[in-house]
Design a protein. Structure first.
Length: 308
């Protein structure tokens, strides 16, 4: 007679457990909400989130659109990758354009040294959510990225002004999610909350997830600024006291080209990046995002206003 130890094991690997949790969250949203949308910037986290979402509904097409908040200061490689993925998978793309909002006088271009368009993405995002009537917005944020993100629930309630109150969050015992909201309110949903940067890269390796070439080491002209290597581009003005150098770099996170730094690296394959990430002790945002260095509470302040 077979014993308990003879029974086959169905324990999932930690990556497949994370994937199963994310699929459950995504399907829960599709069942509960009328008009979800998935934020897709072309970055690694949104690429993984899109990959998992497509798995959740395979072989059917994605039942909701994807949205990119376009600052107008994007890396060319990221926009090319975004458009390739949209065409490849037959996605419906919504673009919330910061340049259009600037032209219409809805937002004002930030001025001063180190100014980026990251902060003015928020009103553009909120307007797009209201215009399209989205009631659930998937984001690729992870709790290990930054202190304010660590406070987020998986279902993060936003009031009629798009604002987040860290003291007014709903319990999520036993992975039960409360998506109740009134007209004009919405829920931000973070299926990758419990993943780490290393999990993301190990999953990319295991599932062969496509990424922008920026995530792998390449020769690039950069300048040293605020302890980061900022890539020289048409969006970046090189100061008279700055020296342009060509270095082997890659990007750990991708955002506004004017404030996203590269790291020196020789990692040209996913496996080499996995080894590099496993050895680091600094989060990708803390190391390479200028907007996260404003203050200790900088991210939380932006999230209260309606940021991602």
């Amino acid at each position: 007679m077979p014993t308990q130890t003879d029974a086959p094991s169905y324990r999932l690997s930690h990556l497949r457990a994370l994937e199963a949790e994310a699929i459950h969250i995504i399907r829960e949203v599709a069942a509960e909400f009328e008009r979800p949308v998935l934020l897709f910037s072309g970055g690694k986290d949104s690429a993984v989130m899109l990959h998992v979402a497509r798995k959740a509904f395979w072989p059917c097409p994605l039942p909701f659109p994807v949205m990119h908040v376009d600052t107008g200061h994007n890396f060319d490689e990221v926009i090319a990758f975004r458009d390739e993925e949209v065409e490849r998978h037959g996605l419906r793309l919504v673009v919330a354009s910061v340049p259009d909002a600037l032209a219409a006088g809805k937002v004002t271009e930030p001025a001063g040294a180190g100014a980026t368009r990251n902060r003015i993405q928020t009103p553009v995002l909120l307007e797009a959510i209201e215009e399209h009537g989205f009631d659930a917005v998937f984001g690729g944020a992870r709790r290990d990225e930054e202190k304010a993100r660590a406070k987020e629930r998986v279902f993060s309630f936003r009031d009629e002004f798009g604002q987040w109150d860290p003291k007014n969050q709903r319990p999520e015992l036993w992975s039960l999610y409360n998506g109740r909201h009134h007209k004009g309110e919405h829920i931000r949903v973070f299926p990758l909350s419990n993943w780490t940067e290393l999990d993301i890269w190990q999953y990319i390796a295991e599932d062969d997830v496509r990424l922008s070439s920026l995530y792998f080491a390449h020769q690039r002209e950069v300048v040293a600024r605020d302890g980061m290597w900022i890539a020289v581009s048409r969006h970046v003005t090189v100061g008279d006291d700055e020296v342009v150098e060509t270095r082997s770099v890659r990007f750990r996170t991708i955002g506004d080209a004017t404030g996203t730094g590269a790291v020196e690296s020789t990692a040209t394959t996913v496996e080499e990046v996995v080894a590099e990430v496993a050895a680091t002790r600094i989060t990708e945002r803390g190391a390479t995002r200028a907007d996260d260095r404003i203050s200790d509470a900088g991210m939380e302040d932006r999230k209260r206003e309606g940021y991602f």
